[in-house]
Design a protein around this ligand. Structure first.
Ligand code: URA
Length: 206
């Protein structure tokens, strides 16, 4: 199976999934979207109202802000893969529950294994917890950690940042660090080297 076919297969399974309670209130499941060979993968929290209507990730206000952030570093959403820790909308936009995240985890695991991105950006605390445990987002945002041969960077969730000027400034600054990070990873990979081996490291060190 090609990577595109594997992603399409995952999307079919997600759309028919009944493994947790979220399936019973969803309108459309939201598997995620983007190129199978994306260098960067963004992981949000879960679909909101508009995503549930359209079956696409980040299409509401947070999505427009994410597109602005991408555009600030000359990227378009079509160039990156965007998905969530849970693929169906938690009713009333409540937080996803631990068992829902756990049940949905294999879909995200398979997406990551298939796309094999050089850089993963977690948006908000639920995707951050997957890689950074109980760390506080206020202390680790904008820092990268090498995990399974790729760099993972935690950032604030665009929906939270949209309405809080200090968080907005933080996420804008964190985004500005991404091009140099991606450049470094690409340069190392072209030279046959793995990503920088240090554990948690400031992007400004690159
Ligand atoms: N917020 C998320 O975390 N994901 C979406 O897809 C939309 C809003």
């Amino acid at each position: 199976m090609t990577a595109e076919e594997e992603l399409a297969q995952i999307a079919i399974e997600v759309s028919a999934c009944t493994l947790c309670r979220l399936h019973s209130s969803r309108k459309k499941a939201v598997p995620g979207e983007g190129p199978a060979d994306a260098d960067i993968l963004f992981i949000g929290e879960g679909p909101g109202f508009h995503e549930n209507e359209q079956g696409r990730p980040f299409v509401g206000a947070a999505g427009r802000f994410l597109e602005e952030l991408l555009s600030s570093i000359d990227l378009r959403r079509e160039q990156v893969f965007i998905c969530n820790v849970v693929k169906c909308r938690p009713p009333g936009n409540r937080d996803p529950m631990p068992d829902e995240i756990e049940t949905c985890r294999p879909y995200l695991d398979r997406q990551i294994a298939t796309i094999n991105p050089a850089v993963i950006v977690t948006l908000g605390r639920f995707s951050m917890a997957r890689y950074f445990g109980t760390a506080k987002i206020s202390s680790i945002h904008g820092q990268a950690k090498t995990i399974d041969g790729r760099l993972v960077v935690a950032m604030f969730h665009p929906a939270a940042a949209l309405h809080q000027p200090n968080l907005k400034q933080s996420i804008e600054e964190d985004f500005r660090k991404l091009p140099s990070l991606i450049g470094q990873v690409r340069k190392r990979s072209a030279a046959g080297q793995p990503p920088p081996p240090a554990d948690v490291q400031q992007l400004s060190m690159f």
